[in-house]
Design a protein around this ligand. Sequence first.
Ligand SMILES: Nc1ncnc2c1ncn2[C@@H]1O[C@H](COP(=O)(O)OP(=O)(O)OP(=O)(O)O)[C@@H](O)[C@H]1O
Ligand SMILES: [Mg+2]
Length: 311
Amino acid sequence: MTTMMRAFETGATAVASTLASAAAPVEAAPVGQPAPQPAQPQPAPPHGRAIVITSGKGGVGKTTTTANLGTALAARGQRVVLVDADVGLRNLDIVLGLESRVRFHLLDVLEEKASLDEALVRDKRSDSLSLLAAAQTREKEDVVTAHMTALIEELRRRFDYVLIDCPAGIEKGFKNAVAGAQHAIIVCTPEVSAVRDADRVVGLLPNDWHPDLIVNRVRPQLVKKGKMLSVEDVNDILRLPLLGVIAEEPGVIVATNKGEPLALDPASGIGAAYRAIAAKLAGDEAPSAGSDPAVSGGGWFAKLGALLGGR
Ligand SMILES: Nc1ncnc2c1ncn2[C@@H]1O[C@H](COP(=O)(O)OP(=O)(O)OP(=O)(O)O)[C@@H](O)[C@H]1O
Ligand SMILES: [Mg+2]
């Protein structure tokens, strides 16, 4: 554990200890015996939910999902921090339109070059949304997994939701992103390769996790024509609680380039879908086990099942 991580612990303990000693006078010690020490109060237990947004396959919409889901949760009054764990290929700051505000990053905090307060970037639209950016010029291997775990724990003390944007792949970057999390959201597109990678990732997560699924970039017209996997097809393999379905829409790319998440756009269908996902995640509505009739279709399951070994 670095000094910075110890500082999280001792800092909180010191503040609590000061308050406790002011409230509870310490009894005088009998002559010749050491003075009794007031009990050291423990730091507040971490209360927030740490959720990793992962997929295995690259480019399926993890960063887009992290930005929009975080924005939607913050709009519901939750205190949310988004952690870009894609060290070396950071993007979350751009999707949120916060790139010009980033002064320090994740590794600066882990290596004690900056405090967490200095590195957290407040969103320009919502006071309850913050970003911890990734380093752009460092390697995923530079992150020590235990330090990442301690950092996420500290963030769980400060925020209701800690959403971790996972890099593609299943190597060190994936392991670090998962390390401090308690739950996973799998983002998958209706492509055989994405489903296979998602299936592999689910197998790598702790056994007692029950990840949720978001199917992204669905094109209902293609599904109806039997030219694209349906949500049903995808989930016949993955068998995960379905948090939501996001259509393919050019507006997502426009919003990404503008740095304005669609979750805040009342006129956007994609925005409404992300707001509904946030409501489900916050427990207002249970995730469904089945499919979305608007994008269901079929015919691909046999091919997919054969490819994946019929899990
Ligand atoms: N529903 C959608 N409709 C249209 N474009 C989308 C949709 N979702 C994501 N995209 C676009 O797809 C591209 C990849 O998205 P994103 O960066 O979120 O994926 P990722 O999984 O984080 O990628 P990586 O693995 O490289 O980190 C972006 O250009 C994004 O704007
Ligand atoms: Mg990404």
